[in-house]
Design a protein around this ligand. Sequence first.
Ligand SMILES: [Zn+2]
Length: 284
Amino acid sequence: MWNLKQLADFDAKKHLDTVFADGEVTEPEKSDLLALYKRYVATNGRPSDELRAEGHRKELYELIHKAYGQVQDNGRLKQLRADLKLLADYCPYCGFAPISDLDHHLQRAHFKLLSIYPLNLVPCCSPCNAGKRRKPSDDPAKHQIHTYLDSLSNFDFLRAKASLHPKTGALKVQYSIEQCEGMSDELYRRLQLHLEEFDLQAKYNRQVNIHLGEHEHSMSSTFARGPEELRSWLVGTADANKKRFGANDWRRALFAGLALCPAFWSGGFRKALGLKDQPDWAAA
Ligand SMILES: [Zn+2]
């Protein structure tokens, strides 16, 4: 989740030549577009007037904007679409849903000249794509995290606080961002905004139930050897998820949070998962 490796070895000039094979876009204009792409990387894809790049002939904006139609399954740049979708197994915005869409990191309506630029195209799921804001903010602390260009790999920031309702025993998991050492206030706010913008708390609530249900047998059989065994299993599962999916994966945060919730691993997990029978060791 959060970061994806950039598409390797794409040839932006070739894309332009392929789409505009009939000369609708001139060579000097193509050079301007390539220079704009360079500025995009140099400024980490942050929204700016520079990247809006006003001042070209009006038709150019419409031509490039419309050219995104070629980045479809039967368009001239269908291979680009296929290559981008292969970059991720799961949506980088939420971390669990399958890839179905390409999102324009900088919105196509506002940054028309970046409509077919591969680094502005992020493979994602359709709920995340549909839920994203339509207009970029002017406030740098509200800029969307860039999946390719904002490296988050040095930070360990996603937390999940688990608790059981004192009466019903229902599990509550609250996701949050921790401002870890070396993280700027601005990045901290952008990460918090990411949770809100993509409605991740609500999405994770559903995923947590499904995911823990899949682990029910493992947790019950581990708990049969005692609560401390279950706590160790939760720690081990959090570590395994960290290795497999990264430090800020939602599953890693979940299991780490559950390991810090004694009410869960000392037996409350059964009620939280909707299990009614007593475990074997308690009956013995
Ligand atoms: Zn998603």
